[in-house]
Write a protein of this length. Structure first.
Length: 217
């Protein structure tokens, strides 16, 4: 459902993505790992049409939603209003299906998004993405700045949506342990290039990947 071929994205003279190839099939949950500045957010922003390729192509089949890095909620609006804005393009105004999937949000619906904890705000960003009834979800840094328990909770919801509702997921993460725990396959991006890819079980055995991303020696 995501097909990226020989993608080149530049910021002025700087090349952020250099001939990247990546694909995610229907119903798959695939991880994209890499250090700061590797180009992960650039890829997410290109998939969602915020950035335009300098060369190569990106193809997304089905409705795509993107949970951006840093969540980017409207802090002065309530949780419910943030959700409703997420449904605007798809024409969905009723957040109750999202409350069924993420029941913790129902209790927060009248709170201002800006006063919530990081984990709660990430839950709102997740819910806002679900308001557009996506078939493909790109999650940029699910765990960034979150307590481990909040990360585990969100990851469990993601796995449930993938397994039970067939949601296709590209999970962008710096936390390889988390990504390997929930995804079958992964790509490793460094300095704008894919330097490793394959089943997570195999990548975890790769000494270079283990050293860089799993804290192995
Ligand atoms: P992080 O996890 O830190 O966000 P990332 O893997 O998502 O890292 P990107 O944000 O995609 O990396 O950045 C890739 C490269 O492009 C970096 O060298 C970054 O400095 C550069 N870059 C990102 N955004 C811009 C911009 N708006 N203008 C110029 N250069 C940029």
């Amino acid at each position: 459902m995501i097909e990226v071929r020989d993608l080149v994205v530049t910021y002025g003279a700087a090349t952020a993505l250099d001939h990247v190839r990546l694909s995610v099939g229907r119903g798959e949950m695939v991880a994209l790992l890499g250090p700061n500045g590797a180009g992960k957010s650039t890829l997410a922003d290109t998939l969602s049409g915020i950035l335009t390729p300098a060369a190569g192509t990106v193809e997304v089949t089905g409705r795509l939603a993107h949970i951006p890095e840093g969540r980017q909620l409207f802090p002065d609006l309530t949780v419910e209003d943030n959700l409703v804005l997420g449904g605007w393009r798809a024409g969905t105004r009723d957040p109750s299906p999202v409350f069924e999937i993420l029941p913790a949000l129902a209790g927060l619906r009248r709170r201002r998004a800006g006063v919530l904890s990081g984990g709660e705000q990430q839950m709102v960003a997740f819910g806002r993405a679900l308001m557009s009834r996506p078939e493909v979800l790109v999650v940029d840094e699910l765990s960034l700045g979150l307590a481990p328990i909040a990360t585990r909770d969100l990851a469990a919801h993601l796995v449930e949506l993938n397994r039970e509702r067939g949601l296709t997921v590209l999970l962008i993460e710096q936390n390889a342990r988390l990504a390997f725990g929930v995804c079958e396959r992964a790509y490793v991006l460094e300095a704008g290039r894919v330097v490793a890819e394959g089943p997570c079980a195999e990548l975890a055995e790769d000494p270079r990947v283990a050293r860089a991303y799993l804290g192995g020696s």
